[in-house]
Write a protein that binds this ligand. Sequence first.
Ligand SMILES: Nc1nc2c(c(=O)[nH]1)N[C@H]1C(S)=C(S)[C@@H](COP(=O)(O)OP(=O)(O)OC[C@H]3O[C@@H](n4cnc5c(=O)[nH]c(N)nc54)[C@H](O)[C@@H]3O)O[C@H]1N2
Ligand SMILES: Nc1nc2c(c(=O)[nH]1)N[C@H]1C(S)=C(S)[C@@H](COP(=O)(O)OP(=O)(O)OC[C@H]3O[C@@H](n4cnc5c(=O)[nH]c(N)nc54)[C@H](O)[C@@H]3O)O[C@H]1N2
Ligand SMILES: [Mo]
Length: 770
Amino acid sequence: MSENKSHHNPNAENPATFTDLKLSEPETYAAGKEAVLVSAEHILKAMNPVRGFKALNQLNAYDGFDCPSCAWPDPDDDRSAVAEYCENGAKAISEEATTKVIWEDFFALHSVEQLSKLDDYHIGKSGRIGRPMYLPENGTHYEPISWENAFKIIAEKLNGLNSPDEAIFYNSGRTSNEAAFLYQLFIREFGTNNMADCNNLCHRSSAIALEDTVGIGKGSTTLQDLYEAEAIIIIGQNPGTNHPRMLSALKKARENDALIIAVNPLKEAGLQNFTDPQSIAGILGREVTISNYYLQIRVNGDMALMQAIAKFWFQFEDENPGQVLDQKFITEETAGFEAFKKHIIEQDLDILSKKCGIPLDKIKEIAEKLKFKNKIVICWAMGLTQHKNSINTIKEAVNLLLMKGSIGKPGAGTFPVRGHSNVQGNTTMGINEKTEDWLLENIEKVYGFVPPKKDGFDAVDSITAMHKGDGKIFFGLGGNFLSATSDTKYTAKALQNCELTVHVSTKLNRSHLVTGKEALILPTYGRSDIVLENGKPQFISTENSTGVIQNSKGNLEPVSKQLLSETAIVCQMALEVLGDKTKVNWKSYNENYDLIRDDIEKVIPGFDNYNERVRLKAGFYLPNAAREGKFNTENSKANFSVSVADTLEVKENELIMITIRSHDQFNTTIYGMNDRYRGIKDERRVIFMNEKDMAKRGLKKLDVVDLFNYYGNVERVARKFLVIPYSIPEECCATYFPETNVLVPINSVGDGSNTPTSKSVIIEVKKSVD
Ligand SMILES: Nc1nc2c(c(=O)[nH]1)N[C@H]1C(S)=C(S)[C@@H](COP(=O)(O)OP(=O)(O)OC[C@H]3O[C@@H](n4cnc5c(=O)[nH]c(N)nc54)[C@H](O)[C@@H]3O)O[C@H]1N2
Ligand SMILES: Nc1nc2c(c(=O)[nH]1)N[C@H]1C(S)=C(S)[C@@H](COP(=O)(O)OP(=O)(O)OC[C@H]3O[C@@H](n4cnc5c(=O)[nH]c(N)nc54)[C@H](O)[C@@H]3O)O[C@H]1N2
Ligand SMILES: [Mo]
């Protein structure tokens, strides 16, 4: 039987019907009792109450497992005895620990093409993958395969390449430190640096901006700093949905009199008010206000806003010499101040105000409120990182902190709030397509092989390489590459060009259904599963947003006996692919994770006594020079930057679209069809628009529209979205990803970071004709 795989649907476009949209007013507070009810509902749908209770009981507990949802840090010494997790952590567990499992009969019943016609929600809800599966060339259905044969196919294909650089490796941020370290080691010993990473789609711009300016590609703050801050600015981040436990920290900051400023085009519920589901007052519905000021900024207007604040601070410093800026810090610790000052003073405040869409008197009021505050934390996420000028925008945030000496002291600093629960750890472990001399030297010293020096492909470059035929095998350790990356049709074609696509996964996703000539699905454990190697229990470790390394040990019986851990998969693959040539003792690593940690300690700085310290109750902090006020930049200073506040301009018929997460999803995993805080129930194909932009186009509420992007003279279209009038600045609109990734042009990326510009997609909205 042969079939044409181009029929496989890369993004479940053109749905025949809408689900059943029910609209209500957007909410003005997050969490509360609904959060508790929704958590219970999700858990009970996926598993029996005993298993559910067992899982939740160990979530983020000292001796439990790290929540597989976001990378928000756990308190060091005052964890809740009741619930150190949030509604969305509970949903993540429901999704992962479900007792619904798919076996070979499921795949025999449904062809790959049929499965690809389902929406992402239904694909994901089919259940945990129970055993390894194989899609042969020209096959229509996945077939069962043994682990042994699966590794043989991988080895045969990888070893048959003309060059190791024809292999593309990807990693999503749920991988443990141990598995990530082994993964990069295998890839380098195999002979390439092609290790794309979800970080490329996420906080890469933050890492580069921070490395350049303050000498470390991570944030400098801890939870304690948030509690002690005099002011917290939250830009381009939606913690109510994506980092819900951050709200407890912000509540504490407010109790300590912090001034909180939210900067976001949308009025996100969690940035307004919070009712704490972990406290009696919260359960009774008592709300705490989160932000003192809410600036509904024009999309990508952030740099202009920050420059305007800086200009006011210079004026205030002239009026109050020595009181607004930290002159001592600026003189002793920084470089580039004079050039920065000159540039800012030259700016026209009215133009900056127009660019960010915030009235000048409002900006002045905020600048005034902040003028005598010296302990400032700036938090940000995807609203800053997924634009063309992201690196420069983040550098502008650093400028503000440097003016105030707000880094390297308690209560102050940079806080890029990380996404995946171990994405930061994966980079620390060496998953980076850009080579760093110290890492290569340490690998050579410890293992005795010479790792390749040439930089590899990141996520976007991997796609173009596969599209051109230069990448021939795709291997994903976790994630959903097709749906998470941009330009879905282009990326689908890239994957379909491959000889072989392999995914190490817990749940079925669209990347398993739009495949290379042959494909493998290798099922693995999730965080909540008990992992035994050689009959002995093992634990893994992860790094959170504040650089704390902690251990994590699942406590649930795995749903299948045929799963292998990510560590085992990497070790067994390495043995099969590299054979006698390898210099690494993969077998011992596979049997005892302490041995992996012993060697991580030798290769990666900051992990002294790893095995001992990882067993401490709350883990340990990695060294962070910027936190100590030391800047490991080339000039050993913290560097001011000069950037032109270029914002996105659109033509009369265009809008700037941001692609965001609903409250019921984790990236491409769709937990449910609701976005409770934004008043959306039972539908995802919606577009949030300003009423004036609707009127201009003759559109009414719930009209059905098609969305077009024409970047680079290519027509990209996402059909059938319902128009929702919403409070969002004019010329801006919002939709959910991954449905609209089809519109994000492959070659529209951040300058210097190569991250898809998922928050600045220029679209045209047209009424659907059929
Ligand atoms: N439950 C849940 N938790 C998650 C995830 C999830 O999908 N679900 N994903 C995880 C991952 S990998 C990540 S990276 C994080 C993502 O966490 P977030 O970055 O909070 O996620 P997004 O939904 O992309 O939201 C970006 C926010 O930025 C705003 N925004 C968009 N454009 C701009 C702009 O130009 N300027 C400003 N100031 N704001 C803007 C949007 O309105 C939105 O509020 O969350 C992590 N945690
Ligand atoms: N338009 C648009 N696109 C975006 C974004 C956006 O804001 N807008 N955000 C981007 C961001 S920030 C990110 S981080 C990426 C995310 O990109 P990815 O990390 O690639 O995507 P996920 O949806 O998190 O991956 C989900 C899959 O991971 C697998 N999985 C879950 N748990 C485990 C595990 O423990 N082990 C293994 N091996 N597999 C597991 C499951 O099979 C599941 O289907 O998406 C990016 N894409
Ligand atoms: Mo992310």
